[in-house]
Design a protein around this ligand. Sequence first.
Ligand SMILES: *Cc1c(COP(=O)(O)O)cnc(C)c1O
Length: 390
Amino acid sequence: MTNSMNQVLAGRLDQLRSQNLLRVLRQVDSPQIPRALLEGAPVLNFSSNDYLGLASHPELIEASAQAMARFGFGSGASRLISGSLGPHQELEKSIARFKRTEAALVFSSGYATALGAITSLVTRNDIIIIDRLAHASIVDAARLSGAVLRVFPHNDCDALEKILARYESRDRDQQKILIVTESLFSMDGDIAPLKELVELKERFGAWLMVDEAHATGLFGETRGGLVQQFGLTGAIEVQMGTLGKAVGGAGGFIAGSEILIQYLVNRARSFIFSTAMPPANSAAAAKGLDLIAGPVGQARLERLRRNIALFSDLTGRPPAAQHSPIFPWMLGAEEKALDTAARLRELGIFVPAIRYPSVGLGEARLRITFSAAHSLEEVERLANAIKKAG
Ligand SMILES: *Cc1c(COP(=O)(O)O)cnc(C)c1O
């Protein structure tokens, strides 16, 4: 009998192992700070998306403690049942202010945000067109929506235009088109041509959704993201962001028109059928946004950019886009990425090897991420180590 579930699964895991694609959880016993404790050993951490070092900021901890003291820990129910607590509503007001949109809606994760928004905006009759490197949550949402899914090569507006042209003669009243991209790409660190995308979607009567998971807090006048930096806030129908990266908390959000938000409250299933995030979480995220928009955010962003520039100088490698905190160190073969990450680990440096399915097969890489919390000396240590290990 070779059909017991455990035997079958063990066989599948063996196959992943032989392809260098097996993943395991590794225990971290410290906050997300540069000097982390990984599996009991001190490491210099260049793996986190805590770009501004806010995840363990005392003011976020204090804000969440206060919310917990007043509201308890759990939210008790979904927002539409009884869980729409003060801190959630406050957070949404903060996000709308921060993103300069009419309104915002918070979901318990970024993944749930993409799922809820996309599946409620387009259905079987419609068309969804996504960048080839769009995040898994966008891909999964697109598939789940049942809409016709088209993929354009990464950041290739000519290819996107050709796809759009194919549907030009269709009745837009009957068939909506939604284009979805990230603004700062999570695994490649480069930036979408947002202006061109807006032009295209306007020319063809399509809608545009931009996932700012990695750009929120790092670009724009008040650090609202790349959409803000490009001056496109009013031109993009759906802005998505997450609270678990630079903001230092957890969760995701959609920012846009009042009507859009009202619609999502009524139709986004991952919002409707899911318990509200803990109020402590909302309070911490609101504090994170507060800090980001003010002098703390400004100072930390400068420190982050200083670290990016130093690493770039020391290694002779420019960032994937100006001020991008994500450095993909391309290695190709999965085994090579694992070996290089292991050598860095021996040098006391934690940089994850990113492999399929986070990136394509044979596109494995180290993904180095910088934080404002890194010191110049720590960045130097990384640069030296990577020369030795690479
Ligand atoms: C991290 C991420 C998400 C998912 O957000 P979570 O809050 O971690 O679930 C969605 N989109 C992009 C581009 C991301 O990087």
